[in-house]
Ligand binder design. Structure first.
Ligand code: PRX
Length: 638
């Protein structure tokens, strides 16, 4: 298509070559041309993966909100920035223009300032998908406060862990949230969490569901009266290119979540540049990403990327199944959505329902479809292509991670021929490498190995909050001088990449990144449990589901297993959130272990995958005899 930014495959390769042959020149030109700086940089890039240390645009001064808001006001002041589509369609959509968003952000920033927040302080945003979430993120960024958005499906303990890890001084939440035909008591969850969070001085409460809640005097404040009194003028704090912008937690292989630290200039440039090119964004498009802002996809592709481009970004509070399974398509028709970006899990769930839910609506406005967060299977890909895009809107299967800040592997729509289940080619500036287990790079095509990146890109996370050593160990120690994703991938005969899945202890369930360790920790808290091991297994809708092997203490042996299963899942919901509940539980008399006492998850994974005739040599185990009994009983796991 001639009016797109990148017009054909040869042009993609030309730009790609330029971006890897001289990355500094390449990103400098993008930075010069597209963004607003208070001061230009002294040096484009300083990096050393072995330390590790990565700095982009050192010496530059800017504020990301001037790039997302102020500079659009003259030309796009009356354009819709955020198109809010509420949970209940009868409530009606809300168009928030750039002028209005700017004013709301300035007022919110002044409220935060009045509560004593200063540059460098941390604020936790525990909010549903409502405009106040985007406003609060930008308000923090306006005054140099670091935001930490915690997904509003996390439990009070998970929330407390995250608040404490980064010593947040203030929490923004709601009196409750709507989710389909249910409401959730978010403020109640915050109250429980804050019993363990001494750093929190103030809680700002958005009125959303108008429920009766308890307000702790001195600590809790309704937000609206404070906004009413606040000035609509707030000078932007001038930030360094490498000033922290936000922390976003992701699961790891130990119980403690990793607070990925993203900084300002590089993140902004990469989020904005990927947004424009991966979605072939044009000025009058209506772009919709249905992810939650509690994840990196929402940060980069609902908030910062679209707003830095002056785009209209749909913010959807609801769920795909309410009022019925046609909800997504009704919203596409109503707002004439041009780009739609969602998770494979949502597609699989909707594909199970009657086709009339899709066929009822006019989806002809759609130009580009996207998926993210987990592998998409071929069947779901075709369903999306046939029924939503009508074979006319290319699908971009985009691969990236919380740690990456922006899309790493993706087709460019109308340019890269797509191939179901393949994220295809590296985005501009991304230099992937597939490594074998001995640390050698696998050259050429038709190879499979561990996915690494050889060179920094502008939005790579710079550290783990408060634990740089863990950052080094997790991402830069497995392979010398390379960033390791934790994923396996293959490269086919034309150089297209396909993600084959995690090679560590992280399991992607319905697009949510779950570490096995925190779930096992939660299970082991149950008084009847001796020990446990969690593995993933294929699930029709969620992609993967969790299978727990649990050994009971003798005191637990006589208990009703039905109740125990419920209690264990209840405990997981309390400690982490309902997303981490186990789909199957098998009580075992022991777990297979190496002689050094390490649980052999590889064997348990094979059993859960129904591949128990292919376990390899188990004779070296400490307790090979338990394996046969686990296999026999696997059939009765429920
Ligand atoms: O395993 C990969 C999977 O999701 C992981 C990252 O999860 P998170 O940090 O929560 O970020 C998700 C949203 C960007 C990756 O390590 N993943 C992500 N996108 C894809 C994917 N797996 C296959 N195909 C994808 N397109």
């Amino acid at each position: 298509m001639s009016n797109y930014h990148i017009k054909h495959l040869e042009e993609y390769y030309q730009i790609y070559r330029k971006s890897v042959n001289d990355p500094e020149l390449f990103w400098e030109e993008i930075a010069e041309e597209h963004f607003l700086w208070r001061k230009k940089w002294d040096k484009v890039l300083n990096w050393d993966f072995r330390k590790p240390e990565i700095k982009w645009f050192e010496g530059a001064k800017l504020n990301i909100t001037e790039n997302c808001l102020d500079r659009h006001l003259i030309t796009r002041g009356n354009k819709t920035a955020i198109l809010f589509e509420p949970n209940n369609p009868e409530e009606g959509a809300l168009h928030i223009t750039y002028n209005e968003l700017y004013e709301r952000v300035c007022k919110m920033a002044n409220v935060l300032k009045n509560k004593g927040l200063k540059k460098g302080d941390r604020v936790c945003l525990y909010l549903p998908m409502i405009p106040e979430l985007v406003v609060s993120m930008l308000a923090c960024a306006r005054i140099g406060v670091v935001h930490s958005v915690v997904f509003a499906g996390f439990s009070s303990s998970a929330l407390a862990t995250r608040i404490n890890d980064s010593d947040c001084k203030l929490v923004v939440t709601t009196d409750g949230s709507f989710r389909g035909n249910k409401t959730i008591d978010l403020k109640g969850i915050v109250d429980v969490a804050l019993k363990e969070c001494p750093s929190v001085e103030n809680v700002l409460v958005v009125k959303r569901i108008a429920s009766k809640i308890k307000m702790h005097s001195g600590r809790d404040h309704w937000l609206q009266p404070l906004l009413d009194k606040a000035s609509a003028v707030c000078e932007a704090e001038i930030m360094d290119a490498e000033s922290p912008l936000f922390i976003l937690y992701t699961s790891g292989s130990t119980g403690q979540p990793k607070g990925m630290l993203h900084t300002t200039a590089g993140y902004m440039i990469y989020a904005a540049y990927t947004f424009k090119n991966v979605f072939q964004y044009k000025e009058n498009d209506i772009y919709w990403c249905s992810a939650d802002i509690g994840w990196i996809t929402g940060h980069s592709y609902i908030a910062y990327g679209p707003l830095a481009n002056g785009a209209t970004s749909v913010l959807f509070e609801g769920v795909p199944s309410y009022p019925d399974y046609g909800r997504f398509w009704e919203v596409v028709q109503k707002h004439k959505v041009t780009q739609f970006y969602t998770a494979p899990t949502a597609i699989r769930a909707l594909a199970k329902e009657d086709l009339s839910y899709v066929e009822k609506y006019d989806l002809s406005s759609l130009k580009v479809l996207g998926t993210v967060g987990e592998p998409i299977n071929e069947e779901a890909w075709h369903w999306y292509d046939d029924n939503v895009g009508k074979n006319k809107a290319p699908i971009v299967d985009t691969f990236f991670q919380t740690e990456n800040g922006g899309i790493m592997l993706t087709p460019i729509p109308y340019v890269t021929p797509t191939k179901p289940t393949y994220a295809t080619l590296p985005f501009i500036g991304i230099q992937p490498a597939l490594m074998d287990e001995n640390g050698n790079e696998l050259k050429g095509n038709q190879v499979e190995g561990r996915l690494c990146i050889k060179f920094p890109w502008p939005s790579i996370a710079r550290s783990i909050w408060g634990n740089h050593e863990r950052y080094k160990n997790t991402y830069f120690s497995a392979f010398d001088n390379k960033y390791f994703t934790g994923d396996g991938a293959l490269r086919d005969e034309v150089g297209y990449y396909r993600i084959t899945g995690r090679v560590d202890d992280v399991i992607i369930v319905a697009g949510h990144n779950l570490g096995t360790a925190p779930i096992e920790d939660a299970i082991n808290e149950h008084p009847a449990v001796a020990e446990s091991a969690i593995v993933g297994y294929p699930h029709e809708i969620k992609g993967n589901a969790l299978y727990g092997y649990i050994t009971l203490k003798s005191a637990g042996e006589d208990r009703n297993h039905g109740n125990l299963r419920k209690e264990i899942n209840q405990l997981i919901a309390e400690r982490i959130g309902p997303i981490a509940k186990l789909e199957k539980i098998q009580f075992t008399e022991g777990l297979p272990k190496t002689r050094s006492g390490k649980i052999m998850r590889r064997i348990l994974r094979k059993i859960a995958h129904n591949e128990s005739d292919n376990l390899g040599d188990i004779s070296t185990l400490l307790n090979p005899e338990v394996v046969a009994r686990i296999i026999d009983n696997a059939l009765i796991a429920v």
